[in-house]
Design a protein around this ligand. Structure first.
Ligand code: UDP
Length: 316
């Protein structure tokens, strides 16, 4: 049984990862709850193989505490991750990807632990190559509203690679494309919770721009399986994980309206600044080197997510 830190373990992805890891490991979930929710892990709190620590990974207290506890593996999932959140918390986002990432790498170094860091398709910016392969270096506005997230994650990839080269730390880097499912916050501003809650309430679905921008949506259980396969693999260069089923945002709005049987209209709003116009992962590397593929199609995954949001609609 391994002892594993999941930084950001009370967030959307982190909490699903904790659910899987705790089946065979001792899990220490660390979260500062700025965008995570204790509710996401409350069902795990009575599990003797699960510990929850409310701490900021950027702090010295965090490093001091965990330098004294033997750790085998670290998943760094800690960061605000929705455009609304990282615009609200730009400094915290930059610090999570820099100071926080360094603290976790230092822990990996002293414990000789393997570390997997959660990077993002956002490092490709508004991509000039499509679909995006891992070899593409990206097209990011370094001072734009999204730069706090994009550049923090680019820095995190750089420092993680430096720890591999300089200190021989065992690293894994995943570039996560749009992922959705239960435990997304209804109010996090992303397109999946926005459209589902608008459709359920009979409000107009808000499309930013003309609806022609594209995204490719991956269901959370597929993503978590990919994270664990990558951690267990010997691949120490970046790997894209996501679902390559690409949709325009207008098509996506129509899919949600039909699955909710909603009579909502569509309301077009101005496009967001620096919003990537297209996004679709090339997942050949993950397929070949991890033997990973997606299993849940969009309709199945969205239906499960709608059920979750129905149960939450009066809560958030
Ligand atoms: N979007 C939209 N309406 C919304 C929320 C988002 O049209 O209410 C668009 C957004 O402009 C982007 C896409 O949906 O083109 C995905 O946005 P999201 O915030 O979910 O994630 P991103 O991929 O931008 O990080």
């Amino acid at each position: 049984m391994k002892t594993i830190i999941v930084a950001g373990g009370a967030g959307f992805l982190g909490s699903h990862l904790c659910d899987e890891l705790v089946k065979e490991n001792k899990v220490i979930c660390v979260d500062n709850l700025i965008t995570g929710f204790k509710d996401n892990i409350k069902h795990l709190l009575s599990n003797r193989y699960f510990d929850y620590v409310q701490m900021d990974i950027c702090s010295k207290e965090f490093f001091d505490k965990f330098s004294k506890i033997k750790i085998d593996r670290i998943y760094n999932m800690a960061s605000p991750a929705s455009p609304v959140d990282y615009v609200e918390y730009p400094i915290e986002t930059l610090m999570a990807g820099s100071m926080g990432a360094k603290n976790l790498l230092d822990l990996a170094l002293i414990h000789k632990a393997r570390i997997l860091v959660a990077s993002t398709s956002e490092i490709y910016g508004d991509p000039l190559e499509h679909p995006q392969k891992e070899e593409y270096w990206g097209n990011v506005n370094p001072i734009g509203v999204r730069s706090c997230y994009d550049e923090a994650k680019r820095f995190m990839e750089a420092i993680t690679s430096a720890y591999k080269r300089k200190h021989n730390v065992s690293i894994r880097i995943v570039r996560i494309f749009n992922t959705y499912g239960p435990r997304m916050r209804l109010t996090d501003g992303r397109v999946v919770p926005n459209f589902i809650s608008q459709a359920l309430k009979g409000e107009p679905l808000t499309i930013y721009g003309d609806g022609s921008y594209t995204r490719s949506f991956c269901y959370v259980s597929d993503l978590v399986a990919g994270l664990m396969a990558l951690m267990d693999s010997d691949v120490d260069t970046p790997v894209n994980l996501g679902n390559p089923e690409e949709r325009t945002i207008l098509e996506f709005a129509k899919t949600i309206m039909s699955l909710v049987s909603s009579k909502s209209s569509i309301k077009y709003m101005p496009a967001l600044p620096d919003d990537p116009k297209k996004r679709c992962p090339d997942i050949s590397k993950a397929k070949k080197l991890l033997g990973w593929n997606t299993r849940i199609d969009l309709k199945t995954g969205i239906s499960k997510t709608i059920d979750y949001f129905k149960s939450r609609i009066n809560v958030d």
